[in-house]
Design a protein around this ligand. Structure first.
Ligand code: GN1
Ligand code: MG
Length: 347
């Protein structure tokens, strides 16, 4: 199926093994094992990323900056084809090939707080090393990706357009989201604040986007398609969303969705060890807001998709996206409870 793509890199498909890889919802990823080396092949979802060339430009800019100012940093850039291309576009879509980092391992669910610490440190380090890179030079690969005000408006629109059965099934979740729209108001304040800066932000800091070495230490960050200008709360918030609970967003037994306070402390420690000297005082005040910002937004995104018949995330079974939304709402409830505890600690 990929012989024509792999051939462009001088790889013979017949003598390689190809296996689906990872748990991403948007792009398709495979591990390619050849006699000489291993690679990751990825097909970009161009319904979501409308201009994959712009991702490719971003990766090149970041690679040039990092290799000039931080040459020791492990930046996983695409491999070039025999004719020098880092992105292939043909009738079957857009493809990139990455080197497979030997000896690395990815984790899908955070089971130890050390993993949360290591990952937070890696994402913090990424933004710190790029703190002097002019973020506005990056292309915006998904416009308004983490614009909570717009996500809320899209949710209201989806409610107005939804079919009655879906609306009925989503009623309780819709009421919860509506009752918590103060989270959107806080976001609107934040974006107006001149002391909150646009930085180079990853925007998808789930644990599977970190590679670990054999000693369980963080090696580097991967999945760089959503690296673009943004607010640090996006990265910290998505770590909270995906590291704080022992159960993932797919869990339907909501009694298993709970927030581990010591994992919150691990994220804060790892991230701030890198970013304390970079963030403004005003930004630091929003650290605890990060979790509710992203968990609430992800609940809205799953809920909106359910109301719109799963056009974005797809669904492996009929109630998949409403179940994911309910999971995120349970997580948000847990988060709001520990946030009060954390705020009190800091007084
Ligand atoms: C998507 O493709 P994946 O799994 O890395 C989504 C993220 C969501 C995540 C939820 C481009 O990420 O924003 O948080 O699903 N990425 C895009 O699992 O929409
Ligand atoms: Mg991703």
């Amino acid at each position: 199926m990929f012989d024509h793509i792999l051939a462009l890199y001088g790889i013979n498909q017949q003598s390689s093994s190809i296996q689906p890889f990872g748990d991403g919802l948007i792009n398709h990823t495979w591990k390619i094992a050849t006699a000489g080396a291993n690679f990751i092949l990825q097909k970009v979802n161009s319904d979501v990323f409308k201009t994959p060339e712009e991702i490719d430009e971003n990766l090149l800019l970041l690679k040039q900056f990092l290799s000039k100012y931080h040459p020791d940093y492990l930046f996983v850039a695409p491999v070039r084809s025999s004719s020098g291309l880092s992105l292939i576009h043909d009738a079957s879509g857009y493809f990139r090939l990455f080197p497979f980092i030997e000896g690395s391992a990815a984790v899908n669910v955070v089971t130890k707080k050390e993993e949360a610490y290591e990952a937070a440190k890696q994402f913090g380090k990424f933004s710190r090393l790029l703190a002097d890179f002019e973020a506005s030079k990056l292309n915006i690969t998904i416009p308004d990706f983490h614009n909570l005000a717009l996500r809320y408006t899209q949710f209201e629109y989806a409610c107005a357009q939804a079919e009655p059965e879906r609306l009925q099934a989503a009623r309780e979740s819709i009421d919860f989201i509506t009752a918590h729209r103060d989270i959107v108001e806080t976001y609107k304040q934040l974006v107006k604040d001149p002391n909150i800066h646009l930085r180079v932000i990853h925007h998808d800091t789930k644990i599977s986007n970190i590679l670990f070495d054999a000693n369980q230490e963080g090696l580097c960050v991967i999945d760089l398609d959503t690296v673009m200008p943004g607010y640090f709360i996006s990265d910290v918030g998505d770590m909270m969303r995906t590291y704080l609970s022992a159960a993932s967003e797919e869990e339907t037994d909501l009694s298993k969705v709970s927030v581990r306070k010591d994992f919150f402390d691990a994220i804060r420690q790892g991230y701030m060890e890198e970013m304390d000297s970079v963030l403004s005082e005003a930004e630091k005040e929003y650290f605890n807001y990060s979790g509710e910002f992203i968990i609430y937004m992800q609940a809205i995104r799953f809920l909106t998709d359910f109301l719109q018949k799963d056009i974005y995330y797809g669904a492996k079974y009929p109630d998949h996206n409403i179940n994911r939304a309910k999971n995120q709402i349970a997580l948000l409830k847990g988060y709001l409870a520990i946030k009060t505890e954390v705020n009190n600690e800091q007084l």
